[in-house]
Design a protein around this ligand. Structure first.
Ligand SMILES: [Zn+2]
Ligand SMILES: [Zn+2]
Length: 381
């Protein structure tokens, strides 16, 4: 692949973004770095502060044609940088350990590519969304696109995938990444003297029953595909040996490969909580946070990516199984046609969210090349 890009300049951008890592919803500096870079390539328009610190750049063709979006994510994680890097994160306890610095650089690379290959027909939107890790950003960009009256014929996104050879393009029909959400259960009872628990209402039995049943829900219930509940936190009463607890909390991550199974899992969990609360005379509250729908590719989206992969002569591979993690890219399918793929990040690269992870610069061009294939497929330039 010869995209005639200044790779050194792109690597410099990736390192600059890495050094200035910011967590979800604080991506102010990151967005500025992206905007400064994009401006060099004279987009027709740049919108800033879309849905938080989101950035959208438009490159317009002279003739009407397809309107295609490419999406990257701005946020880093609350993980300290523990490896020696010249461009180590300067932000305390914050670093790009999911490779979003690489994702941004690849989408910014489209702008650089367009310098020598301007859009002829149609429009290209480069979308840099905030808050992917918390599952909030994509929904806010959806809203922002509506407000700006921007309609896309297709939106594409990627994630670097550890455990696969560098530069491989990986995708599949149907579910690519799981749906997940955080369930917060609050149980309200009444304290009493520890010597007289019979005068109080303790959530202890309900918590025991809820955490036990949810931990085996994937065995006790029929689901059509992998479905899982992981109890991640639980709290009960105070550290006071004279008091029987009157309040408890449980937090559970619900995960499913299919949105239908997710609904089944939610119904099961809500019924279980209601039943246990009734039995133990507790009041309760249920809320959800970090909601990610599943990331899916329709048959059409898969075929488009396959064709684009061939046009760009990528090492295109169909995955057998979806990934158990979640990606908030799944939100976009609720509003527009979408396609999502992975780029192999190396078999021996540390796992995503591992403190020793660092995005491999030598896969930058593979991602950009696939984007170029998609632009060619839609006859944009
Ligand atoms: Zn991540
Ligand atoms: Zn990520």
């Amino acid at each position: 692949m010869d995209l005639k890009l200044d790779v050194e300049e792109l690597i410099k951008l990736r390192h600059h973004l890495h050094a200035n890592a910011e967590v979800s919803n604080q991506e102010e500096k990151t967005a500025k770095i992206v905007v400064e870079f994009l401006k060099k390539f004279k987009p027709d328009h740049i919108w800033e502060n879309v849905g938080g610190h989101g950035v959208i750049a438009l490159f317009k063709g002279k003739e009407a044609g397809n309107s295609i979006g490419f999406r990257a994510d701005l946020d880093a994680l609350h993980i300290a940088e523990t490896i020696e890097l010249e461009y180590a994160s300067k932000t305390p306890h914050t670093a790009h350990k999911c490779g979003h610095d690489g994702h941004m650089t690849m989408v910014a690379g489209i702008a650089a590519y367009l310098e020598n290959n301007p859009v002829k027909k149609g429009d290209i939107y480069l979308i840099f969304q905030p808050a992917e890790e918390t599952g909030e950003g994509a929904a806010r960009i959806n809203k922002g696109l509506n407000e700006l009256n921007i309609q896309l014929d297709y939106l594409f996104g990627l994630h670097n995938i550890v455990g696969y050879p560098k530069g491989q393009i990986l995708t599949k029909k149907g579910t690519f990444a799981a749906a997940s959400r955080g369930m917060v259960i609050k149980l309200f009872g009444k304290t009493s003297h520890a010597a007289e628990p019979e005068y109080g209402i303790s959530p202890v039995m309900a918590i025991a029953e809820i955490t036990t049943q949810m931990s085996v829900v994937h065995i006790t219930n029929p689901f059509s595909d992998l479905t899982l509940a992981t109890v991640i936190h639980s709290e009960l009463g105070e550290i006071a040996f004279g008091t029987s607890p009157g309040y408890g909390e449980v937090r559970i991550t619900l995960r499913a490969m299919r949105d239908e199974d997710m609904q089944k899992l939610i119904d099961f969990a809500e019924n279980l909580v209601a039943e246990q609360a009734k039995k133990e005379l507790l009041e309760y509250e249920i809320s959800y946070t970090e909601t990610f729908p599943s990331t899916e590719n329709t048959e059409e989206a898969y075929q488009i990516m396959k064709n684009a992969g061939e046009i760009a002569k990528t090492d295109f591979n169909e995955l057998e199984k979806p990934f158990k993690w979640s990606e908030d890219f799944g939100q976009y399918k609720l509003q527009m046609k979408t396609g999502f793929f992975g780029v192999g990040a190396g078999e021996d690269t540390p796992h995503l969210h591992d403190e020793t992870y660092d995005f491999p610069d030598d896969i930058l061009l593979s991602g950009i090349n696939m984007y170029v294939g998609l632009m060619k497929y839609f006859k944009l330039n």
